[in-house]
Design a protein around this ligand. Structure first.
Ligand SMILES: *Cc1c(COP(=O)(O)O)cnc(C)c1O
Length: 396
């Protein structure tokens, strides 16, 4: 295993461990437990469990471990802990390190369930949370205090696609010794270099681009060995957020094709965004790859100019027009996953962000006409034609 391999090579070979049969494709160890040769060996393993030793699948499993080592290698982290879903990863990263009385600063533009953890769960256990406009470094600077323990943000927010300056926020957080936890789903492991840019902990919903074909739930927390094994593992292994070995195998194989898929999806997203920019049926189009996007400069420095696989469209005419648009499309499916091979369209105001108040939605730019559009692997021209036709229907 070479530390010098690029992401593409790590994604194919990183973390592999072969059984005595020397299989090419990674084995699925669909086992909850492991047999000890002797009672003494069992005792010794409970005292100290080596890297290639296992006790119980809630603590670790060879297939899960291969996935953890592969994503850690391609992300440039020392270690990783895989979880049953992206939300188990977000919750695990935060809850494992925080205690009553701690202070956290978070961007306010978050996926609904991330917001719920910060706003409703952490605060219930005495953690103080200050929310800021994540794109405004002055607000981060004003909110971060000498006793701030962690900062949290989505590096590209769901669904309004604001891009947050990882290096800028990390500088402010590190000045007071706060841990920088980044939910990196929308930036994807393909385009982001979050750890290199200052993130201490990176969290993914593997359900999205890592699987990329809508088959299984999964998540992962990546960070230093100390944070993963010393802080995250004790919390997660006792609270039961483990990823199943079968789902880990899906994610492991997903990583092998992820760069091809995500690059192709982002290329189509860019084409679609350019084809739709200025369309009379649109109040706004949000895509970080467009030159008119507010943080396009940051997209160049932080993401190599790649705008990702998702765009958001604000359709003139509010909810009725947005629903007419969704119902008129024939290629994308109406669903709420993203990063899938199939294009997926979502109406956040009535689904993923339904729980928020009207005022909260307005503050976050989640208007009644907003559609989140995850671009899949279909032909770009088919998608452009279908979306343009549906936009016309929406205005009829
Ligand atoms: C989907 C998503 C999650 C949650 O992931 P699950 O695998 O559905 O639990 C967290 N953060 C972001 C930004 C997401 O898009």
């Amino acid at each position: 295993m070479s530390e010098n391999w690029s992401k593409r090579t790590q994604a194919v070979h990183g973390g592999i461990r072969r059984s005595q049969y020397n299989e090419v494709s990674e084995a699925i160890f669909l086992t909850q437990g492991f047999v000890y040769d002797t009672a003494e060996q069992a005792e010794a393993r409970f005292i100290e469990c080596g890297p290639d030793e296992f006790i119980y699948a809630r603590y670790g499993n060879p297939t899960v471990s291969m996935f953890e080592q592969r994503i850690a290698a391609l992300e440039g982290g020392e270690d990783a802990f895989a979880t049953a879903s992206g939300m188990a990863a977000v919750n695990g990263a935060l809850t494992a390190m925080l205690r009553a009385g701690d202070h956290v600063v978070s961007a306010k533009a978050l996926f609904g369930s991330c917001l719920y953890i910060l706003e409703n769960i952490l605060t219930r256990f005495g953690v103080e949370v200050t929310f800021v406009d994540g794109t405004d470094l002055e607000q981060w600077k004003a909110a971060i205090r000498p006793d701030t323990k962690a900062v949290f943000f989505e590096s590209m927010s769901n669904p309004t696609l604001e891009v947050i300056d990882i290096a800028g926020v990390a500088d402010l957080a590190h000045a007071v010794g706060a841990v920088v936890i980044v939910d990196n789903v929308f930036s994807t492991p393909v385009f982001s270099k979050a750890i290199e840019q200052g993130a201490d902990v990176v969290v993914y919903s593997a359900t999205k681009h890592i699987d990329g074909q809508g088959r299984a739930l999964g998540g992962v927390i990546i960070g230093t060995r100390d944070f993963i094994r010393g802080t995250v593992e004790p919390y997660l292994k006792h609270t039961g957020g483990a990823l199943s070995p079968f789902n880990a195998w899906i994610m492991l194989k997903g990583l092998e094709t992820m760069a091809l898929r995500v690059n192709a999806q982002a290329e189509t997203a860019q084409k679609l965004a350019e084809a739709l920019e200025g369309h009379p049926a649109l109040e706004r189009i949000m895509y970080p790859g467009l030159k008119t996007h507010a943080q396009n400069g940051l997209v160049r420095t932080q993401l190599g100019g790649k705008g990702g696989t998702v765009l958001s469209l604000d359709i003139r005419g509010g909810k009725a027009a947005a629903f007419a648009f969704l119902n008129a499309m024939t290629v994308p499916v109406i669903s709420n996953n993203l990063g899938d091979a199939k294009s997926i369209a979502t109406h956040p105001a009535t689904t993923t962000h339904q729980r928020l108040s009207d005022a909260q939605r307005e503050e976050l730019g989640i208007t009644p006409g907003l559609i989140r559009f995850s671009v899949g692997l279909e032909d770009a021209d088919d998608l452009i034609k279908d979306v343009k036709n549906a936009l016309e229907v929406s205005q009829a």
